[in-house]
Design a protein around this ligand. Structure first.
Ligand code: AMP
Length: 400
């Protein structure tokens, strides 16, 4: 199936071409017709399935058909990062449609707040935001959702986990009852079903599995304290003929430090993170693709946009917070070719998160201690965090 199937407006077709999207993913193939028909939808789909474009494309098509000056769509997200990612993708698609968007999230100084307020007063078509910040703007009276036609909850389960239920309901209570509501969630616990019942009308329901790392990826993990990680990378690379190695780190600061340390050890290294200008990023990526740089160190935000095939090795310098990010990171190897290796460093604090990844991908990854001459490895006890959490909860309950 290609995107031609949906008969999108010509402006949107141009946007799709600019983003180099050719074939819809399964979640897109199933969601788009439902959304185009203005039906409510509840979709169980994780990051990486193409869920963002699944709702953005039909919404933009409606805007291309019937342009408006008022706020047409609200997209609620749990985090600032997701709001930014959605807005980025939206801007890519909507360049030719001419729809305006604004991402609104907490943080920043009063200048940021004023810019957000002015944008609302000038008028935007699509607002993407975290519930708390949106509610603060609404309380001042200039932000109204009374003409809204579409409401989308992205990563609904995460929003509830973060305690946004009341804020979400306060926002929804100020919206017209006649609207299309779409809910995307990675998991479907009871609380999500309850929320769906409260805010969706006769929804269609679809569910997708996250794609597990390809069969050909050899996944393994080292149990290591932070101080041994750089030396471990050095040993993994030393004397081997690896042409392209991608190292992921969760933080910008670590990305810089890892690159600097590896440079000192005479490796050919580049790094990219969100501080870099687009042109700088593209330049480093090009060098990496052309194999002029052997190692690229990057943060997760960029992992989704990097399209590099044929990596020899992916190293997770730390365990990602979101289990889905692991699948993204590891999915970078063994794409075009049939084999690849993904190595994860697990320190003593990351063990519980790593066990969540194993649950998500439904397999146990081999864990090995670092070589004895390097130092001691932490012992593996992934239930530690859960135990202490339960103990805390238990104490609280007893007090009541
Ligand atoms: P998401 O699950 O929405 O976070 O999307 C994951 C990644 O897949 C993003 O980098 C998208 O740009 C990309 N993507 C989504 N749909 C398609 C498609 N139909 N063709 C190519 N790339 C896509």
């Amino acid at each position: 199936m290609t995107f031609d199937h949906f008969n999108f407006e010509p402006e949107l077709v141009e946007g799709l071409a600019a983003m180099q999207f050719e074939n819809p993913t399964p979640v897109q193939a199933q969601s788009i017709p439902i959304i185009l028909e203005n039906k409510d939808l509840i979709a169980c789909a994780q990051t990486g399935t193409g869920k963002t474009a699944a709702y953005l494309l039909p919404i933009l098509n409606k805007l291309a058909k019937n342009p408006t000056d008022s706020i047409h769509t609200l997209i609620l997200t749990p985090t600032r990062e997701l709001a930014m990612q959605v807005d980025q993708q939206l801007q890519g698609f909507s360049y030719f449609v001419g729809a305006s968007s604004l991402a609104v999230y907490g943080g920043g100084d009063s200048g940021v707040w004023d810019t957000q307020r002015r944008a609302f007063e000038t008028g935007v078509n699509i607002v993407i935001g975290t519930p708390g910040r949106l509610l603060s703007h609404m309380n001042f009276g200039y932000l109204k959702f009374d003409k809204i036609e579409h409401l989308i909850l992205d990563e609904a389960d995460k929003m509830l986990d973060m305690g946004f239920y009341d804020d979400i309901m306060k926002i929804i209570n100020k919206m017209p009852k006649e609207r299309e509501t779409l809910m995307f969630s990675a998991t479907m616990p009871d609380k999500i079903r309850k929320l769906a019942k409260a805010i969706l009308r006769d929804p269609e329901e679809i569910a997708f599995e996250i794609s597990k790392p390809a069969e050909g990826v050899l996944q393994m993990a080292y149990l290591t304290y932070d101080e041994h990680k750089i030396e471990m990378i050095h040993r993994l690379l030393d004397g081997k003929e690896l042409q392209s190695v991608l190292i992921f780190s969760s933080t910008k600061l670590n990305t810089k430090r890892i690159a600097e340390k590896l440079k000192k050890l005479k490796h050919s290294v580049g790094s990219i993170h969100s501080d870099f200008e687009q042109r700088e990023r593209e330049d480093i990526l090009l060098q990496f693709r052309n194999r002029r740089i052997q190692i690229l160190v990057a943060t997760d935000i960029l992992s989704r946009g990097i399209d590099i095939e044929d990596l020899d090795l992916v190293i997770n310098f730390d365990v990602p917070q979101d289990a889905e990010d692991y699948v993204h990171r590891v999915g970078r190897t063994a794409r075009a070719k049939s084999t690849g290796v993904a190595v994860t460093f697990i320190n003593e604090k990351d063990q519980y998160n790593f066990s969540k990844i194993e649950t998500l991908i439904d397999s146990t990854i081999i864990k090995i201690p670092i070589p004895a001459d390097l130092g001691k490895s932490p012992s593996y006890n992934p239930n530690k965090k859960r135990q202490s959490f339960n103990k805390r909860n238990f104490k609280k309950k007893k007090k009541r």
